[in-house]
Design a protein. Sequence first.
Length: 220
Amino acid sequence: MTGLDALVAHLDYTTPEHREGCTAKGWEVDYRIHHTVRESSYSGHSCPLDAEDNLCGHGDAYRALTVRIYCPKCGAATKLDAELPGTPQVFDTGRLGMGTKPRRCGQVWIYQGPPPRLGIMLDPPGDPRWYLVARRNALRLAAEDIVGAIEPGFGPRGGPGFRVSYGLTELSAPEPGERPTPVFRHHPRADDRFFTTVTAAARWLDEHAATEPAMAGRTA
């Protein structure tokens, strides 16, 4: 089984809804990061780190993130608050791994994913990177849309190219209430497949994997 950051980049996101009758297509988005404190010196705050050993870095003072998503036309608005956000990273959609227009290949669509793990801020634009192959062109993908994935790999002689994964399933959630992790099942017939281009890999998935069940059973 292979887990891909391309799945994380495209699945399980949502968007606010405009009020009925609103014709606006987009949203205004802004955010603020600020330092704040809890209302009392003892707020019941808990931390996985031991505060007595000074390992807890925030305690009753912390950095807060507020994100506002709103429509000036219809007045619909969503406010998101989070504690201890990471420093905002500013980069283009190519490094984010989503937001670029998918391209059609036969009966499937190729969606660009992020560069390989640990290299998202370092790799130059272009290949190598991961891709998702889906059954339709949509602003937001669901698990049942996914045919497979294409990822950087090396051929028998060490040349760069691409390999494929398919058969989307889920690892059982480690704890009750946690979201399962989407992964691809191991298919032995894909082990020896090597493609020199993304298009060739997508065509193979279109021919061999597009008829697979959209979401296989969960894996323990």
